[in-house]
Design a protein around this ligand. Sequence first.
Ligand code: UDX
Length: 443
Amino acid sequence: MKISVIGSGYVGLVTGACLSEFGYKVVCIDKNKKKIELLKKNIIPIYEPGLSDLVKKNTKAKYLSFSDNLKHIKGSKIIFIAVGTPSARRGDGEADLKYVFEVCKELAKVLNKKDKPIIVTKSTVPIGTGKKIINLFKKFCPSLQYEIDYNVASNPEFLREGSAIEDFLRPDRVICGVNNQVSLSCLKELYRPLNLREAPVLFTDIESAELIKYASNAFLALKISFINEMADLCEKVGGNVQMVAKGMGLDNRIGSKFLHPGPGFGGSCFPKDTRALYASFKKNNVESTLIKSVIEFNERRKLNMVKKIINILGKPYKNKKITILGVTFKPNTDDLRESPSLVIIPKLKKLGIKIYAHDPSYNTTFSSIKEFKGVMWKKNTFDAVKGSDMIVIHTEWNEYRGMDLSKIKKLLKSPVILDLRNIFNKNELNEMGYLYYNIGSKK
Ligand code: UDX
């Protein structure tokens, strides 16, 4: 079976590479010629563990290829649309579907009767988009008949950055929104290789599939915010939020995942998707208080982290030095999108505090980000902490979990750690002579 994936960003590349791993002939298409040239040389523009090896292996075996020409969809049984759906510039959080619709219009020019492809959205799109896509095709390729010459379906992705390959090859579930038996059979065949792993493939109508994606992300964002709120209470009245999370998580109905408190959720999905979901409620005049408060709580959370930091640092702030360990929104990625650090660091700088930072995924683009202007980037943790008044653990990279805390204590000006990810044991750090603060327990 030949498959085309349009859009060679994060989702498109991972989807293309993983499907080629199943033995399908996959062509990844992107209009960005430069990106395609790099991909043809097996240079991967994103940081994702395992992706580079998968691309190398499958291009060599000729299962995977790259093209900047949409004509190369010819002969495809399935055409995935995996282009971005960023927040619209209007500022209301609504997803901007212009790239999706542009692809549909271009596709309409090259579709033909013979292939009878299924056009499947992988991009995260608001409920009702599938219907709009069907209407676009009806308008732009009137010579072809919907459900006879082509089909439209929805197959949202649930890939976490840093473990996207694993998530694709061993998913908790696969969601397929289809309108008819033809699409159902074709997508069933596509995901047959997952049968051995007993991954459930759930078939729904297109609208439900579209909403499952948003509802899942919003629910996880809610779960994170919920435990963050419990952490605030523990810090005031006692108790340990980690034990609270453990106790809650042992109830199978709740589950233990996504109950780790922190500086607030970030990344390319949760903030954007919660805003887009809220925009769908508003647009359709349906009341939503829950999603709205999750969005607002998370914004406030980042500012509250600044308050927490400066309370510990103490006045006068000017010229004090803070070391931030990890700036990405989570470990195993170089992605800074909506990372709490982008809010926290500028606020600290404004108070005259000097920021030294380290991140295992640091690359020169970090230095050109306006929020990080003036930050002193260091190649290793020892250099980063030298003479510092305080360490703030912002991202839970494994590298920090095992760092030599005795040596670090000697390098610091004051042995103060604020651990926003709870990676250390409070008693151990206190015994070592640190003034140790974490999230969700009273000092
Ligand atoms: C997410 C979803 O998990 C994935 O299914 C979706 O399709 C894309 O968005 P991703 O953004 O890569 O994936 O990261 P994820 O691991 O979900 O974490 C998102 C944010 O929540 C991070 O900032 C992380 O630090 C934070 N988080 C996560 C917590 O603060 N606590 C938790 O318990 C879990």
